[in-house]
Design a protein around this ligand. Structure first.
Ligand SMILES: [Zn+2]
Ligand SMILES: [Zn+2]
Length: 177
């Protein structure tokens, strides 16, 4: 499977906490097959609490921004989906429901989360976790931070972004050709 952006490099499969994703070693882009996003739910998993800071909670803020590159899986066009006033742009395939993230989109999502953590009134039960997350984000020297970031973003994509698929499909259906 070629990188949809560079079109030269083959995507390399990497495994994070037992979940496989495809990554371009050249541009750092990430491809998530829908099936790959079926992450086993584990109540002990503290990362799930990131969902309290979910970026895609309000489906009325989703916007379709036209076509992007072609799907690496089936060659259909990916569509750019933006959320509210954030700069975060995610590319989705309506056919296979795969999701593409440019390398800098991962950083933007994490930056948005950081801002949300700092600006929102956080319920007490998760305030300590919020601090822990903020700490993790602000110390990128920790070796496993990037992988944890990817994991967190994957979970948000699976539990919230793809869950809004009917709304996304509707937005795309009214785009001009
Ligand atoms: Zn690439
Ligand atoms: Zn596809």
């Amino acid at each position: 499977m070629k990188c949809p952006k560079c079109k030269l490099e083959d995507l390399k499969e990497v495994e994070i906490n037992g979940v496989k994703i495809d990554r371009c070693e050249y541009c750092g882009g990430l491809w998530f097959d829908k099936d790959e996003l079926k992450i086993t739910r584990d109540k002990r998993d503290k990362d799930l609490s990131w969902l309290d800071f979910d970026l895609w909670e309000d489906e009325s803020k989703l916007m379709a921004n036209g076509k992007s590159v072609d799907c690496p899986r089936d060659g259909k066009p990916l569509f750019k989906i933006k959320y509210g006033n954030t700069d975060v742009m995610v590319d989705i395939c309506l056919d296979c429901h795969g999701v593409w993230l440019d390398r800098n989109e991962l950083d933007k999502i994490i930056a948005e989360l950081k801002q949300k953590i700092n600006s929102e009134t956080i319920p007490e039960y998760i305030s300590d976790l919020g601090k822990e997350i903020a700490e993790l984000i602000s110390h990128p020297s920790k070796a496993d931070v990037e992988l944890r970031h990817i994991m967190i973003v994957m979970k948000m994509l699976e539990y919230r972004f793809l869950a809004q698929h009917p709304k996304i499909a509707e937005l795309i259906s009214v785009l001009p050709d």
